[in-house]
Design a protein. Structure first.
Length: 297
């Protein structure tokens, strides 16, 4: 059985537009096969309802946050259920991993109902599962600022917010355990990635793979404005790896400690960590997903 969980508020209107574009397609799986979120956090209840109906595939119509919350509940339930996606969010980073185009919702729906599944790695940070990335420092600060931007959509939201924070963000103190060569210091940002993209426009982990049983950790040392601009441009191109202020490593597990419980970004959602120390690990081949042929690496 296939059930769709749709978030009409995703992507500042993209979700509702995609739902309307797929009305005839949804009729094929029946009215009972489409569940719609009403408020934030509704995903958990809807996943439980879908699983109780016997769903073997859950299609998420929404952005990275919606997809992550649905995946989180599937994993917590240890359910034999595949995850598919019709991207309609702001950044759609996980959609890039699956080889999906947000401008083609019907193609994504057709793939979701007929495509083959593969098992991918999943990250876990501070007790929460993530599909694409978690981040600290500049990353979280930019996401917080982007939530106040109402006059832009898509990749432009994150780019605009990042440019504003580039000149004002003060950095974050962090120590790391589990990454050779990284101990303690002031960082601009720390990201731990399963997928390759961040904020839609940034190739933050250009060598990441969701099949290798590892996460790609990237430590950006704090620097002056000129160096920050170079990092900004490099991250958009995926050429920041190897810059003097960037340290990257492929890890199965790491532990990060901050002066206070940090603000963190998990798959495009903000939360405050439960304590000063955040443990991050990779769970190999933990989730079954449907992707475009040849997309998953």
């Amino acid at each position: 059985m296939i059930v769709t969980i749709a978030n009409p508020a995703a992507g500042r209107g993209k979700g509702l537009h995609a739902i309307r574009a797929l009305e005839s397609a949804f009729r094929r799986i029946g009215a009972n096969g489409v569940l719609t979120t009403q408020t934030g956090g509704d995903e958990r209840r809807l996943v439980k309802e879908a699983l109780s109906r016997g769903a073997k595939t859950i299609i998420v119509l929404g952005g990275d946050g919606t997809c992550s919350k649905v995946a989180d509940e599937i994993l917590r339930a240890r359910a034999d259920c595949r995850l598919a996606l019709i991207p309609s969010g702001t950044g759609n980073d996980f959609a890039k991993t699956l080889g999906l185009d947000a401008a083609r919702p019907l193609e994504a729906f057709q793939l979701a109902t007929s495509g083959n599944a593969a098992h991918i790695d999943v990250g876990q940070a501070d007790g929460h599962y993530f599909l694409n990335s978690c981040g600290f420092g500049f990353d979280a600060s930019v996401l917080e600022a982007s939530n106040r931007v109402r006059f832009l959509k898509g990749d432009a939201v994150y780019i605009y917010s990042a440019l504003g924070q580039l000149f004002t963000y003060r950095g974050i103190e962090v120590s790391a355990n589990g990454v050779p060569g990284v101990t303690r210091g002031r960082m601009l940002m720390v990201t731990v990635s399963n997928g390759r993209s961040l904020g839609g426009a940034f190739k933050i982990a250009p060598h990441a793979s969701v099949l290798d049983g590892k996460l790609d950790a990237c430590f950006f040392s704090d620097s002056n404005v000129v160096e920050r601009v170079k990092l900004f441009v490099g991250a958009m191109r995926g050429t920041h790896i190897g810059m003097p202020s960037v340290m990257s490593a492929s890890v199965q597990h790491l532990s990060l400690t901050f002066p206070i419980s940090p603000l963190m970004e998990i798959d495009g959602e903000l939360r405050v960590a439960r304590s000063r120390t955040v443990d991050v690990q990779c769970l190999p081949a933990a989730l079954s997903v449907i992707a475009a042929p040849g997309a998953i690496v």
